[in-house]
Design a protein around this ligand. Structure first.
Ligand SMILES: Nc1nc2c(c(=O)[nH]1)N[C@H]1C(S)=C(S)[C@@H](COP(=O)(O)O)O[C@H]1N2
Ligand SMILES: [Mo]
Length: 551
């Protein structure tokens, strides 16, 4: 036998034992979590702990690299790492079974510790999934490694019989793991179905104050420009939730309490829906949006005016003598976001939103209720799956992102983006429509200018404004000449402030700088005097085809 094959027969069964033990552990953990609390599944809690401890710069890198798939990437990373350790432990078990078992239990300990450290931990029972998983994994490894050890050993149990015994045990373990895993999935799915049913059954009341009718002129007829109202399926998603919380509307509660709350109370969804609702078009922006980035969108939100709710509870804005200057919203998954009480109560359309573009909030956008404060970045205002509002002070409490080097206060910066042409596009010489969006929630957009290369700033044509809290479309007709060109845009807000040129990173309070796009306008081939060129060059693609192909 070659040394490679010898190594493989020595190591292979151990590695397989390790992997099967890990699968068993995970499956049993998922099943236990489904019975106790799905959010306490080991990969979820470990992933959550990793997210919370990831430095802001790495997180920014992950968002940039994986976009909204960052959570899938993280889960996959954890599973691959776990798989590698499982193989190592399985191989180790051949010689040091005690150490291997201890290794498996150590993983259980890590999972249990992660579960307890989660801000939404419900208590000691959160340890159960990791504990049960580790127990099952250790047992599986013990049985499989025991059989594996006999493989190739001399004596009556060596040879074919021991191989059969090992393979039977491996197959039985795999089947048991698959069954437990499938049962866990089904049970978790059933819980989710209760939530889905509660969402499907939710009939949104008509708003007491409907959104102003959108002028048709808010939407320019330019191919490639963002839709004024972002369809729900295209709306960006940014949160730390490894699995989207699926809450049952009937069981949902919102607690309102804290400094200066004379009448603290807890609301059900029906109580909120019985109040007069407002409906507004609002652009939501993420502080992690780079200049020119995709993390913003506009929706028609339906919700309970937050200021009225607070006033009813006895809360006063700091300018009216209120004692609390920070409103901390907490979600079911333990996320905390802090907004200035002054902003929430200054008359803007701050709300507890229940509807988005005419339907109940999708689960990924915070069902059943999320907060929105126009003019503030999402991380200081837009708490999804909200369950608790506490009035406090900025001195007394730092919410989640502030603990991680982001600013305490973060009003949206005036920004503009070129949607079309796309970077490195190759538009034909002649008239080219440059178009995009500009936003300065709370202040509105009064002017947008476009510059070609180092030329003078030229006024873009503004689409109709839908109000100060939404983005505004703009377009500019450019006579493009052959060559490489840099198109730059800048906006001026409703107060007359011109968008800052100074480049700033997203951390700590949002990116700034002008968005520019580089395009190449190809040389136009000299037109033949008469007759199509194609006749002379039967296989040459037309100029038009070439341009399409390179776009
Ligand atoms: N519970 C919870 N709410 C949250 C977040 C979060 O991580 N958890 N992220 C916030 C951030 S950073 C932004 S930009 C908005 C994004 O809202 P969306 O995902 O509905 O677009 O939600 C905010 N609300
Ligand atoms: Mo964000």
């Amino acid at each position: 036998m070659s040394t490679f094959r010898t190594t493989l027969t020595r190591v292979g069964p151990g590695a397989l034992s390790g992997l099967l033990a890990a699968c068993t552990a995970l499956a049993v953990a998922v099943l236990t979590a489904a019975l106790v609390r799905p959010a306490a599944a080991p990969v979820t809690v470990v992933g959550g702990a990793v997210v919370d401890r990831t430095p802001a710069a790495v997180k920014d890198f992950a968002i940039r690299t994986f976009g909204e798939d960052d959570k899938v990437a993280l889960r996959l990373g954890i599973l691959v790492l776990l798989g590698l350790f499982a193989v190592a432990l399985g191989v180790l078990a051949r010689w040091y079974p005690g150490a291997a078992t201890a290794g498996v239990l150590l993983f259980g300990l890590v999972g249990a510790a992660a579960a307890l450290s989660r801000p939404d931990s419900a208590g000691p029972e959160d340890v159960l999934p990791s504990a049960a998983g580790a127990g099952a994994g250790a047992l599986a490894l013990h049985v499989l490694a025991g059989r594996a050890r006999l493989l190739g050993s001399p004596g009556p149990r060596g040879g074919g019989r021991s191989r059969r015994e090992f393979l039977t045990a491996a197959a039985a373990t795999a089947a048991a793991a698959a069954t437990a895993g499938a049962m866990g999935q089904v049970l978790t799915g059933q819980r989710g179905r209760g939530a889905a049913a509660s969402r499907a059954a939710l009939a949104l009341p008509a708003p007491a104050s409907p959104a102003p009718v959108l002028a048709s002129g808010v939407q320019l007829d330019v191919p490639g420009i963002s839709a004024f109202t972002t369809p729900v399926r295209d709306f960006y998603r940014v949160d730390t939730a490894l699995s989207v919380p699926r809450l049952d509307a009937a069981a949902w509660r919102l607690r309102l309490h804290g400094k200066g709350v004379a009448r603290p109370r807890t609301y059900t969804l029906d109580e909120l829906l019985a109040r007069p609702l407002i409906e507004r078009d609002i652009t939501l922006t993420c502080v992690s949006n780079e200049v020119g980035g995709p993390y913003l969108g506009t929706a028609r939100w339906l919700g309970v005016p937050l200021a009225a709710l607070l006033r009813e509870a006895g809360v006063r804005a700091p300018s009216q003598g209120g004692r609390a200057d920070q409103l901390v919203a907490r979600s079911v998954d333990g996320m905390t976001l802090g907004s200035p009480v002054e902003d929430v109560m200054d008359g803007r359309a701050a709300m507890l939103a229940v509807g988005m573009n005419g339907e109940p909030l999708p689960f990924r956008h915070g069902f059943p209720v999320r907060m929105l404060v126009p003019g503030l970045y999402g991380y200081v205002s837009a708490c999804k799956w909200i369950t608790d509002i506490e009035l406090t002070t900025f001195d007394a409490y730092d919410p989640y992102w502030v603990k991680r080097a982001w600013a305490r206060r973060a009003p949206v910066k005036t920004q503009s983006r070129i949607d079309t042409p796309k970077p490195f596009a190759r538009p034909a010489a002649g008239p080219v429509t440059v178009a995009g969006v500009a936003w300065a929630q709370g202040r509105g957009i009064s002017r947008v200018e476009v510059r070609i290369d180092d030329g003078p700033w030229q006024d873009a044509t503004l689409a109709a404004a839908a109000g100060v809290d939404t983005w505004r479309q703009w377009s500019y007709r450019w006579q493009a000449a052959a060559g490489g060109h840099t198109i730059t845009v800048r906006a001026t807000d409703g107060t007359g402030q011109v968008q800052a040129e100074q480049r700033a990173r997203t951390i700590p309070d949002g990116a700034s700088g002008w968005h520019s796009v580089f395009v190449t306008v190809p040389e136009t081939p000299a037109r033949p005097a008469s007759g199509p060129v194609r006749q002379h060059h039967p296989f040459a693609p037309s100029t038009e085809q070439k341009l399409k192909g390179s776009n």
